[in-house]
Design a protein around this ligand. Structure first.
Ligand code: ZN
Length: 388
């Protein structure tokens, strides 16, 4: 009889379960490191996103769209319940059998956590390292800054027109003119009109967060996308004026635009180019104030005063309502913001600053100047100069 080989000897000494779990953990760690390293190669991320992640999203998006409720919510609640149960069992087990006999519980937890990280990195994570999204941008600065006022007037007037087509309640909030289901279908149709090579054609069904909406409102979160199940979720306690932009933003994530600045730019394009005054209003509601610095660059106080006075009172009332609404409920906004900042930075994004528009101006004692257009400004300029 020959000597038992090394593997058999290890199994005999440590037990099969320990060996199998160790191998799974090692494979998961290698996969995780591989995905993190591959994020440095933009071409690979683009190829991988357009092939594997797109296919994955179509498959899981169809499965999750079959359920009328949010699978992400079930996953989040399940994770919390499992964590509590794990801690209780771990303490009981350790007391009864000692810490050395609890290793299998730690290994099992490690496998579950690492599997979630690997699936997340292999789907959503890679998409953070793609190139910029292909939303049209007009980047060439105009020759005479005085013209900025003429350009912004066009959009101020359209913002007012959208407001004139909507109802506002006593508190000042826009009232959604139709059901959320109709809105979701309308946003999906807006996406079908957008010819993008970057975004996946498939749109999963956007779903409301009913069970955890109150929690996300406390964190000032209007929507969450969970790519592992191909699901775009929006907070059911969102403002009506912000809802179309949120749905468009979360859908952009499921269509491959993971960085916040990209999802915001896509949502801006989708909403601002809609024929529907409600959806367009939502686009202005989230992006219009990026035009303020263009008007400041005319260096004429009358222009700026007219820019402020030109807007309908209902727009200001709705703005104040939105501000007060989120402020009133933002119990753990700061902590949630910090966690989101870490999460985005870990995924190669700039952090929570990427939510805001990249306004680029210089101010001296005599002059206020635009150095380059921000993303939203360049989109508005494209709509003014280049859109058919
Ligand atoms: Zn987002």
């Amino acid at each position: 009889m020959g000597k038992p080989n090394l593997f058999k000897r290890i199994v005999a000494k440590c037990g099969l379960s320990f060996v199998v779990k160790t191998i799974i953990l090692l494979v998961l760690v290698i996969l995780l490191i591989t995905f993190i390293l591959l994020r440095n190669c933009e071409d690979f991320c683009e190829f991988y996103s357009q092939t594997f992640v797109q296919f994955y999203t179509i498959v899981f998006g169809h499965i999750s769209s079959f359920f009328p409720f949010s699978l992400f919510e079930i996953f989040a609640i399940g994770t919390i319940l499992y964590s509590i149960a794990w801690i209780v069992f771990f303490i009981v087990n350790t007391k009864k059998l000692g810490i050395k006999r609890s290793y299998h519980m730690i290994m099992r937890l490690g496998i579950i956590l690492l599997t979630i990280f690997v699936v997340y990195q292999g789907t959503a994570g890679i998409n953070y390292s793609r190139g910029p999204v292909d939303v049209p941008q007009h980047k060439e600065l105009i020759e005479d800054p005085k013209d900025y006022k003429i350009i912004t007037d066009k959009f101020s007037d359209d913002f007012n027109y959208c407001a004139s087509q909507l109802q506002f309640n006593e508190a000042g909030s826009v009232v959604k003119p139709y059901s959320t289901d109709v809105l979701i279908s309308n946003i999906e149709m807006e996406y079908e009109k957008f010819e993008s090579k970057y975004l996946y054609k498939y749109s999963p069904r956007a779903k409301p967060l009913y069970l955890t909406g109150w929690f996300y409102r406390m964190a000032s979160i209007s929507g969450v996308t969970f790519v592992p199940v191909g699901e775009a979720n929006f907070n059911s306690l969102n403002n009506d004026s912000y809802l179309p932009f949120t749905v468009a933003h979360e859908l952009a994530h499921t269509k491959g635009a993971m960085p916040e600045e990209d999802a915001n730019l896509v949502a801006a394009y989708i909403c601002l180019n809609s024929e529907d005054p409600y959806i367009r209003y939502s686009g202005y509601d989230s992006t219009f104030w990026s035009l303020e610095s263009l008007v400041m660059a005319t260096n004429n106080d009358d222009d700026l005063n007219d820019f402020y006075n030109r807007l309908d009172d209902n727009i200001y009332r709705n703005n104040n309502y939105e501000y007060d609404y989120w402020k009133e409920h933002a119990t753990f906004e700061k902590i949630a913001d910090k966690i989101n900042d870490w999460y985005l930075k870990f995924n190669n994004d700039e952090g929570t600053t990427s939510y805001s528009d990249n306004i680029d101006t210089t101010e001296t004692e005599t002059e206020f100047k635009i150095n380059s257009y921000s993303r939203f400004q360049a989109l508005y300029m494209w709509m003014y100069f280049d859109k058919n």
